[in-house]
Design a protein around this ligand. Sequence first.
Ligand code: NAP
Length: 490
Amino acid sequence: MSTWTEHERAVVDAVPDGLFIGGAWRPAASGARFPVEDPALARELRTVADADAQDARAAAEAAGAAQEAWAATAPRERGEILRRAYELLLERRDDLALLMTLEMGKPLAEAKGEVGYAAEFFRWFAEEAVRIDGGYQTSPDGKDRFVVMRRPVGPVLLITPWNFPLAMGTRKIGPAVAAGCTMIVKPAEQTPLSLLALAGILREAGLPDGVLNVLTTSRPGEVVEPLLRGGIVRKLSFTGSTAVGRLLLEQSAEQVLRVSLELGGNAPFLVFEDADLDRAVEGALAAKMRNMGEACTAANRLYVHESVAGAFAECLAARMGALTVGRGTEPGVDVGPLIDADGRGKVDELVEDAVGRGAKTLVGGEHAPGDGYFYRPTVLTGVPADAAMLHQEVFGPVAPILTFTDEDEVVAAANDTPYGLVSYVFTQSLERAFRLGERLDTGMVGLNKGVVSNPAAPFGGVKQSGLGREGGTVGIDEFLETRYLAMPLS
Ligand code: NAP
């Protein structure tokens, strides 16, 4: 049976132990712990503290107590903490990437890429911290003066998913620190280790006690609901599924919390007859296979013009079939395991459903060998419109190809979903690219590009894909309130 090397064990064992509350590591009040699994081996990697409502209260009190002093720190000081944390992340990139691969499964090269991407959010928001602006205004009748200022919203609750264990954390922690908010972070149950390591780094970078609190838990409902209803937390920033986001939006209504939601997607990927096909195949590989297809931005429906569909499908199937599936820690591996048995089971069901309705498997369509939750990269053609995989996130390495003949038809099909996170368009016509950039009902559009994520750009969706934006110059706004002072001036 495969197991971990001494170095891998050492990296996992070095992760701080416990909940991080008020600047100190401590066990859960109940003493409970829960297991974290390595999905490549389907074995327990480590245990972590299992918080309950009592720990949640302690974290909220710590965040509440630290808020006023933290809001009063100099923006430059907050920026420099982020900048130091950015440097530490890059210095420790190899170990952080290994840790991420062990708890989540993605290949090491992708994990290293994510550490870099995660670190960039800290660099970006280090630069934004000192650019929070305000204004001075004369009232229309000339009698009053208004001073407009931006204030931190207050303690925030940040909830992250398992698919990007580090970057989904820094994308929220970065702007919260820059804005002067204290926070409680609840990472996903499957991947808490990267976030715990990040908490250690932020502490080393000089983040004051109580500003960041981390609760790992196997009972998310028990921990999160009292935080949302408790009166200390002033904002929720959530990344995860639409179903859970909707539930938390309801729970946030009681205290009328500010809410940012980054939810699920069902991204259409459009290839027109005039597209550069090599580029489109490269783009499809990136949009489909990044993170084994376990991304909210993953191309979920590939619409290819019928005149080029055969060539595109053949080429994509050849490239997908040549990818190496295996443990992400091993050299040469392109595709790691899926996150768990349920995740792979869902992919099985969706593929069986499509094939049962008449889709043809060009490559893959089955598990790959190994102890973990491996699935072969898969290309399906002739997927009928009622196949379940076209209406929900596959979250696996499966590319369903459909054909179209005209632009209006494909735009209608692409927009026929309650989701609206991202879409992709491959065409050499500048005019068509711009036109579709306006017609596709998604928060982001990749034009001849299979990856749109960038810390300097406003990431987010419309419709049931979410509320608010992360990153870019607007990312910090989600953590700021506008206040104005009014004064008569004679
Ligand atoms: P999820 O099941 O919604 O979980 C997300 C987070 O919510 C986890 O920390 C989870 O904790 C927590 N949670 C689950 N049930 C909860 C409850 N009743 N109360 C409070 N918190 C609860 O989603 P996931 O499976 O981890 O992540 C995949 C989803 O995230 C996909 O839909 C994907 O599209 C979306 N996503 C969106 C973006 C974006 O930016 N739009 C980015 C990445 C992922 P546990 O881990 O303990 O269940």
